[in-house]
Design a protein around this ligand. Sequence first.
Ligand code: ACO
Length: 328
Amino acid sequence: MVNQRAGILGTGHSYPEGILTNAELAQLVETSDEWITTRTGIKQRRKAAPGEYTSMFAVRAARQAIERARLDPSDIDLLICATVTPDQILPSTGCIVQAELGANNAAAMDVVAACSGFLYGVSLADSMIRTGQVRHAVVVGAEILTQYVDYTDRQTCVLFGDGAGAAVLGPVDSSRGILASKIKSDGRYEEQLFSPGGGTRRKPTAETLAAGDHFFKMKGNELFKVAVRSMAEISREVLEKAGRKSDEIDLFIPHQANQRITEAVADRLNVGLEKVYSNIAVHGNTSSASIPIALDECVEAGRIKEGDLVLMASFGGGVTWGAVLMQW
Ligand code: ACO
Protein backbone atom coordinates (compact mmCIF):
# COMPACT_ATOMS: atom_id res chain seq x y z
CA MET A 1 0.00 0.00 0.00
CA VAL A 2 1.34 3.44 -0.95
CA ASN A 3 1.74 5.73 2.07
CA GLN A 4 2.13 9.13 0.50
CA ARG A 5 1.84 12.02 2.96
CA ALA A 6 -0.83 14.58 1.92
CA GLY A 7 -0.68 18.29 2.67
CA ILE A 8 -2.42 21.53 1.82
CA LEU A 9 -0.98 23.19 -1.28
CA GLY A 10 -3.28 26.20 -1.59
CA THR A 11 -6.28 27.84 0.07
CA GLY A 12 -8.99 30.32 -0.91
CA HIS A 13 -12.20 31.88 0.31
CA SER A 14 -15.11 33.99 -0.85
CA TYR A 15 -18.25 35.46 0.69
CA PRO A 16 -21.16 37.71 -0.25
CA GLU A 17 -20.85 41.48 -0.01
CA GLY A 18 -24.04 41.83 2.00
CA ILE A 19 -23.63 42.30 5.76
CA LEU A 20 -26.30 41.64 8.39
CA THR A 21 -25.52 43.39 11.68
CA ASN A 22 -26.73 42.67 15.20
CA ALA A 23 -28.55 46.01 15.15
CA GLU A 24 -30.53 44.90 12.08
CA LEU A 25 -31.43 41.59 13.76
CA ALA A 26 -32.62 43.48 16.82
CA GLN A 27 -35.25 45.03 14.56
CA LEU A 28 -36.50 41.59 13.48
CA VAL A 29 -36.57 39.67 16.79
CA GLU A 30 -36.41 40.47 20.49
CA THR A 31 -32.64 40.57 20.93
CA SER A 32 -29.81 43.07 21.32
CA ASP A 33 -26.25 43.64 20.17
CA GLU A 34 -25.22 43.22 23.81
CA TRP A 35 -26.89 39.75 24.16
CA ILE A 36 -25.54 38.45 20.84
CA THR A 37 -22.02 39.75 21.50
CA THR A 38 -21.70 38.44 25.03
CA ARG A 39 -23.43 35.06 24.44
CA THR A 40 -21.88 34.26 21.02
CA GLY A 41 -19.07 36.72 20.13
CA ILE A 42 -20.83 37.57 16.86
CA LYS A 43 -21.12 41.21 15.70
CA GLN A 44 -22.10 40.67 12.05
CA ARG A 45 -22.43 37.95 9.42
CA ARG A 46 -22.38 37.89 5.62
CA LYS A 47 -25.73 37.42 3.88
CA ALA A 48 -26.21 36.42 0.25
CA ALA A 49 -28.42 38.62 -1.89
CA PRO A 50 -31.42 37.22 -3.78
CA GLY A 51 -30.07 35.45 -6.86
CA GLU A 52 -26.80 34.42 -5.17
CA TYR A 53 -26.41 30.69 -4.57
CA THR A 54 -23.95 28.31 -2.92
CA SER A 55 -21.86 27.19 -5.91
CA MET A 56 -21.06 30.80 -6.88
CA PHE A 57 -18.97 31.21 -3.73
CA ALA A 58 -17.65 27.64 -3.83
CA VAL A 59 -16.30 28.20 -7.35
CA ARG A 60 -14.54 31.45 -6.38
CA ALA A 61 -12.94 29.90 -3.30
CA ALA A 62 -11.88 26.74 -5.16
CA ARG A 63 -10.47 28.69 -8.12
CA GLN A 64 -8.35 30.82 -5.78
CA ALA A 65 -7.07 27.72 -3.94
CA ILE A 66 -6.15 25.99 -7.23
CA GLU A 67 -4.31 29.10 -8.49
CA ARG A 68 -2.40 29.44 -5.22
CA ALA A 69 -1.44 25.76 -5.45
CA ARG A 70 -0.07 26.65 -8.93
CA LEU A 71 -2.22 23.99 -10.52
CA ASP A 72 -4.66 23.93 -13.39
CA PRO A 73 -8.28 22.78 -12.84
CA SER A 74 -7.50 19.83 -15.13
CA ASP A 75 -4.94 18.61 -12.53
CA ILE A 76 -7.68 17.98 -9.96
CA ASP A 77 -8.65 14.29 -9.56
CA LEU A 78 -11.14 14.68 -6.71
CA LEU A 79 -13.53 17.50 -5.83
CA ILE A 80 -15.43 17.31 -2.56
CA CYS A 81 -18.01 19.97 -1.80
CA ALA A 82 -19.10 20.01 1.83
CA THR A 83 -22.50 21.67 2.17
CA VAL A 84 -25.89 21.40 3.85
CA THR A 85 -27.26 24.12 1.59
CA PRO A 86 -26.74 22.72 -1.93
CA ASP A 87 -27.76 24.58 -5.09
CA GLN A 88 -30.34 21.84 -5.74
CA ILE A 89 -30.94 18.16 -4.95
CA LEU A 90 -29.57 16.83 -8.23
CA PRO A 91 -26.84 17.03 -9.41
CA SER A 92 -24.49 17.50 -6.47
CA THR A 93 -23.14 20.99 -5.90
CA GLY A 94 -19.72 19.31 -6.34
CA CYS A 95 -20.62 18.48 -9.96
CA ILE A 96 -21.87 22.04 -10.55
CA VAL A 97 -18.61 23.45 -9.15
CA GLN A 98 -16.60 20.97 -11.21
CA ALA A 99 -18.26 22.13 -14.44
CA GLU A 100 -17.79 25.82 -13.60
CA LEU A 101 -14.11 25.30 -12.81
CA GLY A 102 -13.46 23.08 -15.83
CA ALA A 103 -12.05 20.42 -13.48
CA ASN A 104 -13.02 17.79 -16.02
CA ASN A 105 -10.70 15.05 -14.76
CA ALA A 106 -12.13 15.05 -11.25
CA ALA A 107 -14.61 12.78 -9.51
CA ALA A 108 -16.98 15.26 -7.84
CA MET A 109 -19.33 14.73 -4.92
CA ASP A 110 -21.00 16.39 -1.95
CA VAL A 111 -20.38 15.57 1.68
CA VAL A 112 -23.24 16.33 4.07
CA ALA A 113 -21.81 16.64 7.57
CA ALA A 114 -22.89 20.17 8.54
CA CYS A 115 -20.14 22.13 10.31
CA SER A 116 -17.79 19.13 10.18
CA GLY A 117 -18.13 18.80 6.39
CA PHE A 118 -14.80 20.42 5.55
CA LEU A 119 -12.84 18.20 7.93
CA TYR A 120 -14.77 15.15 6.68
CA GLY A 121 -13.67 16.14 3.15
CA VAL A 122 -10.06 16.71 4.19
CA SER A 123 -9.99 13.36 5.97
CA LEU A 124 -11.37 11.54 2.89
CA ALA A 125 -9.02 13.35 0.49
CA ASP A 126 -6.06 12.58 2.79
CA SER A 127 -6.91 8.86 2.72
CA MET A 128 -7.24 8.78 -1.06
CA ILE A 129 -3.96 10.65 -1.60
CA ARG A 130 -2.16 8.43 0.93
CA THR A 131 -3.28 5.29 -0.88
CA GLY A 132 -2.41 6.71 -4.30
CA GLN A 133 -6.00 6.70 -5.61
CA VAL A 134 -5.85 10.41 -6.39
CA ARG A 135 -3.03 12.97 -6.59
CA HIS A 136 -4.72 16.35 -6.23
CA ALA A 137 -7.99 17.04 -4.43
CA VAL A 138 -10.04 20.17 -3.83
CA VAL A 139 -12.13 20.29 -0.67
CA VAL A 140 -14.55 23.19 -0.52
CA GLY A 141 -16.98 24.08 2.26
CA ALA A 142 -19.76 26.37 1.04
CA GLU A 143 -23.04 27.50 2.55
CA ILE A 144 -25.89 29.96 2.09
CA LEU A 145 -27.31 29.32 5.55
CA THR A 146 -29.26 32.58 5.71
CA GLN A 147 -31.80 31.07 3.28
CA TYR A 148 -32.59 28.33 5.83
CA VAL A 149 -32.76 30.54 8.89
CA ASP A 150 -36.07 31.38 10.48
CA TYR A 151 -35.92 35.13 11.07
CA THR A 152 -38.59 34.81 13.75
CA ASP A 153 -36.47 32.40 15.87
CA ARG A 154 -34.06 34.52 17.90
CA GLN A 155 -32.05 31.51 19.04
CA THR A 156 -30.90 30.50 15.54
CA CYS A 157 -31.21 33.61 13.38
CA VAL A 158 -28.42 35.45 15.17
CA LEU A 159 -25.86 32.70 14.57
CA PHE A 160 -25.58 31.87 10.91
CA GLY A 161 -23.80 33.51 7.96
CA ASP A 162 -22.83 32.71 4.37
CA GLY A 163 -19.55 32.03 2.57
CA ALA A 164 -17.14 29.46 1.19
CA GLY A 165 -13.59 28.31 1.80
CA ALA A 166 -11.43 25.81 -0.06
CA ALA A 167 -8.17 23.93 0.15
CA VAL A 168 -6.20 21.98 -2.45
CA LEU A 169 -4.54 18.86 -1.11
CA GLY A 170 -1.74 16.96 -2.76
CA PRO A 171 1.36 14.87 -2.10
CA VAL A 172 4.04 16.46 0.10
CA ASP A 173 7.32 15.20 1.55
CA SER A 174 7.22 13.44 4.89
CA SER A 175 8.51 16.46 6.86
CA ARG A 176 5.08 18.13 6.63
CA GLY A 177 1.41 17.58 5.83
CA ILE A 178 -1.47 15.86 7.61
CA LEU A 179 -0.20 13.92 10.63
CA ALA A 180 -3.51 12.53 11.85
CA SER A 181 -7.23 12.94 11.27
CA LYS A 182 -10.38 11.52 12.78
CA ILE A 183 -14.09 11.94 11.98
CA LYS A 184 -17.09 10.75 13.98
CA SER A 185 -20.88 11.04 14.07
CA ASP A 186 -23.85 10.08 16.24
CA GLY A 187 -27.21 10.13 14.45
CA ARG A 188 -29.08 9.61 17.73
CA TYR A 189 -28.72 13.35 18.29
CA GLU A 190 -30.45 14.18 14.97
CA GLU A 191 -33.00 16.50 16.53
CA GLN A 192 -30.44 18.73 18.23
CA LEU A 193 -29.97 20.52 14.92
CA PHE A 194 -32.09 19.65 11.94
CA SER A 195 -34.20 20.82 9.05
CA PRO A 196 -37.07 18.33 8.75
CA GLY A 197 -38.72 19.44 5.50
CA GLY A 198 -37.80 19.02 1.86
CA GLY A 199 -36.73 15.37 1.59
CA THR A 200 -38.64 12.12 1.08
CA ARG A 201 -39.67 11.85 4.75
CA ARG A 202 -41.43 15.20 4.67
CA LYS A 203 -41.52 16.19 1.04
CA PRO A 204 -41.83 19.86 0.09
CA THR A 205 -45.44 21.03 -0.05
CA ALA A 206 -47.24 24.30 0.60
CA GLU A 207 -48.01 22.84 4.04
CA THR A 208 -44.37 22.14 4.99
CA LEU A 209 -43.38 25.58 3.74
CA ALA A 210 -46.10 27.26 5.79
CA ALA A 211 -45.09 25.22 8.87
CA GLY A 212 -41.48 26.40 8.56
CA ASP A 213 -40.24 22.80 8.23
CA HIS A 214 -37.47 23.88 5.86
CA PHE A 215 -35.79 26.07 8.47
CA PHE A 216 -33.03 25.00 10.85
CA LYS A 217 -34.27 24.01 14.30
CA MET A 218 -31.83 23.77 17.15
CA LYS A 219 -31.52 22.82 20.80
CA GLY A 220 -28.65 25.25 21.29
CA ASN A 221 -28.07 24.69 24.96
CA GLU A 222 -27.69 20.90 24.65
CA LEU A 223 -25.53 21.22 21.54
CA PHE A 224 -23.23 23.61 23.35
CA LYS A 225 -22.22 21.02 25.94
CA VAL A 226 -21.83 18.14 23.45
CA ALA A 227 -19.84 20.41 21.12
CA VAL A 228 -17.31 21.37 23.79
CA ARG A 229 -16.86 17.79 25.02
CA SER A 230 -16.63 16.23 21.53
CA MET A 231 -14.22 18.78 20.04
CA ALA A 232 -11.88 18.52 23.01
CA GLU A 233 -11.98 14.71 23.01
CA ILE A 234 -11.35 14.27 19.29
CA SER A 235 -8.56 16.85 19.38
CA ARG A 236 -6.83 14.83 22.11
CA GLU A 237 -7.31 11.69 20.02
CA VAL A 238 -5.54 13.12 16.94
CA LEU A 239 -2.74 14.54 19.08
CA GLU A 240 -2.23 11.12 20.64
CA LYS A 241 -2.41 9.38 17.25
CA ALA A 242 0.38 11.65 15.99
CA GLY A 243 2.39 11.38 19.21
CA ARG A 244 2.19 15.13 19.85
CA LYS A 245 1.23 17.21 22.89
CA SER A 246 -1.20 20.12 23.06
CA ASP A 247 1.56 22.49 24.24
CA GLU A 248 3.27 21.94 20.86
CA ILE A 249 0.30 23.44 18.97
CA ASP A 250 1.18 26.71 17.21
CA LEU A 251 -2.29 27.45 15.86
CA PHE A 252 -5.72 26.08 16.74
CA ILE A 253 -8.50 26.72 14.20
CA PRO A 254 -11.80 25.52 15.67
CA HIS A 255 -15.15 25.58 13.89
CA GLN A 256 -16.57 29.04 14.59
CA ALA A 257 -19.88 28.20 16.30
CA ASN A 258 -19.75 30.37 19.40
CA GLN A 259 -16.83 32.23 20.98
CA ARG A 260 -17.70 30.64 24.32
CA ILE A 261 -17.45 27.14 22.76
CA THR A 262 -14.06 28.05 21.26
CA GLU A 263 -12.74 29.30 24.61
CA ALA A 264 -14.08 26.30 26.53
CA VAL A 265 -12.44 23.85 24.08
CA ALA A 266 -9.12 25.75 24.16
CA ASP A 267 -9.26 25.71 27.95
CA ARG A 268 -9.86 21.95 28.06
CA LEU A 269 -6.91 21.42 25.71
CA ASN A 270 -4.69 23.85 27.61
CA VAL A 271 -4.09 25.91 24.48
CA GLY A 272 -3.59 29.62 25.19
CA LEU A 273 -6.05 31.96 23.46
CA GLU A 274 -3.16 33.71 21.67
CA LYS A 275 -2.82 30.47 19.64
CA VAL A 276 -6.52 30.25 18.81
CA TYR A 277 -7.92 31.83 15.64
CA SER A 278 -11.33 33.45 15.81
CA ASN A 279 -13.24 35.33 13.14
CA ILE A 280 -16.71 34.69 14.53
CA ALA A 281 -17.22 38.40 15.22
CA VAL A 282 -17.32 39.16 11.50
CA HIS A 283 -18.57 35.90 9.93
CA GLY A 284 -20.81 34.23 12.52
CA ASN A 285 -21.24 30.47 12.03
CA THR A 286 -20.80 29.55 8.34
CA SER A 287 -21.01 25.78 9.01
CA SER A 288 -18.78 23.81 6.62
CA ALA A 289 -17.20 27.04 5.33
CA SER A 290 -16.02 28.23 8.72
CA ILE A 291 -12.73 26.34 9.05
CA PRO A 292 -11.52 26.83 5.44
CA ILE A 293 -12.38 30.56 5.55
CA ALA A 294 -10.45 30.86 8.82
CA LEU A 295 -7.55 28.82 7.44
CA ASP A 296 -7.24 31.03 4.37
CA GLU A 297 -7.46 34.18 6.47
CA CYS A 298 -4.58 32.84 8.60
CA VAL A 299 -2.53 32.11 5.46
CA GLU A 300 -3.24 35.58 4.03
CA ALA A 301 -2.35 37.28 7.32
CA GLY A 302 0.91 35.31 7.62
CA ARG A 303 -0.34 33.71 10.82
CA ILE A 304 0.83 30.26 9.72
CA LYS A 305 4.56 29.71 9.26
CA GLU A 306 6.32 26.79 7.66
CA GLY A 307 6.69 24.00 10.20
CA ASP A 308 3.84 25.18 12.45
CA LEU A 309 1.71 22.51 14.13
CA VAL A 310 -1.89 23.34 13.23
CA LEU A 311 -4.95 21.73 14.81
CA MET A 312 -8.43 22.07 13.28
CA ALA A 313 -11.53 20.73 15.07
CA SER A 314 -15.24 20.87 14.33
CA PHE A 315 -18.68 19.92 15.57
CA GLY A 316 -22.00 20.16 13.78
CA GLY A 317 -25.49 18.86 13.06
CA GLY A 318 -25.94 15.13 12.63
CA VAL A 319 -24.27 15.22 15.06
CA THR A 320 -20.84 15.08 13.49
CA TRP A 321 -17.39 16.00 14.70
CA GLY A 322 -13.80 15.76 13.55
CA ALA A 323 -10.21 16.92 13.93
CA VAL A 324 -7.18 17.19 11.67
CA LEU A 325 -3.62 17.79 12.87
CA MET A 326 -1.04 18.97 10.36
CA GLN A 327 2.48 20.29 10.10
CA TRP A 328 2.40 23.33 7.81
N1 ACO B 1 -31.46 37.28 22.17
C1 ACO B 1 -31.88 37.42 23.43
N2 ACO B 1 -32.20 36.36 24.21
C2 ACO B 1 -32.05 35.14 23.66
C3 ACO B 1 -31.60 34.94 22.34
C4 ACO B 1 -31.30 36.08 21.58
N3 ACO B 1 -30.87 36.00 20.32
N4 ACO B 1 -31.58 33.60 22.09
C5 ACO B 1 -31.97 32.99 23.21
N5 ACO B 1 -32.27 33.90 24.16
C6 ACO B 1 -32.76 33.69 25.52
C7 ACO B 1 -33.48 32.38 25.70
O1 ACO B 1 -34.82 32.48 25.29
C8 ACO B 1 -33.33 32.16 27.18
O2 ACO B 1 -34.30 32.94 27.84
P1 ACO B 1 -35.03 32.38 29.14
O3 ACO B 1 -33.95 32.19 30.15
O4 ACO B 1 -35.98 33.47 29.46
O5 ACO B 1 -35.68 31.10 28.72
C9 ACO B 1 -31.95 32.76 27.50
O6 ACO B 1 -31.65 33.63 26.39
C10 ACO B 1 -30.86 31.73 27.63
O7 ACO B 1 -30.98 30.82 26.54
P2 ACO B 1 -29.92 29.69 26.27
O8 ACO B 1 -30.36 28.86 25.12
O9 ACO B 1 -29.61 29.00 27.55
O10 ACO B 1 -28.68 30.60 25.85
P3 ACO B 1 -27.21 30.14 25.61
O11 ACO B 1 -26.32 30.92 26.45
O12 ACO B 1 -27.07 28.66 25.58
O13 ACO B 1 -26.96 30.66 24.13
C11 ACO B 1 -26.83 29.77 21.90
C12 ACO B 1 -27.74 30.17 23.05
C13 ACO B 1 -26.07 30.99 21.44
C14 ACO B 1 -27.67 29.21 20.77
C15 ACO B 1 -25.83 28.69 22.39
O14 ACO B 1 -26.52 27.70 23.09
C16 ACO B 1 -25.02 28.04 21.31
O15 ACO B 1 -24.19 28.66 20.69
N6 ACO B 1 -25.20 26.71 21.07
C17 ACO B 1 -24.42 25.93 20.16
C18 ACO B 1 -24.76 26.17 18.74
C19 ACO B 1 -23.96 25.21 17.92
O16 ACO B 1 -22.82 24.93 18.21
N7 ACO B 1 -24.53 24.62 16.88
C20 ACO B 1 -23.87 23.49 16.25
C21 ACO B 1 -23.08 23.82 15.14
S1 ACO B 1 -24.01 24.61 13.90
C22 ACO B 1 -24.18 23.55 12.52
O17 ACO B 1 -23.94 22.38 12.57
C23 ACO B 1 -24.78 24.15 11.25
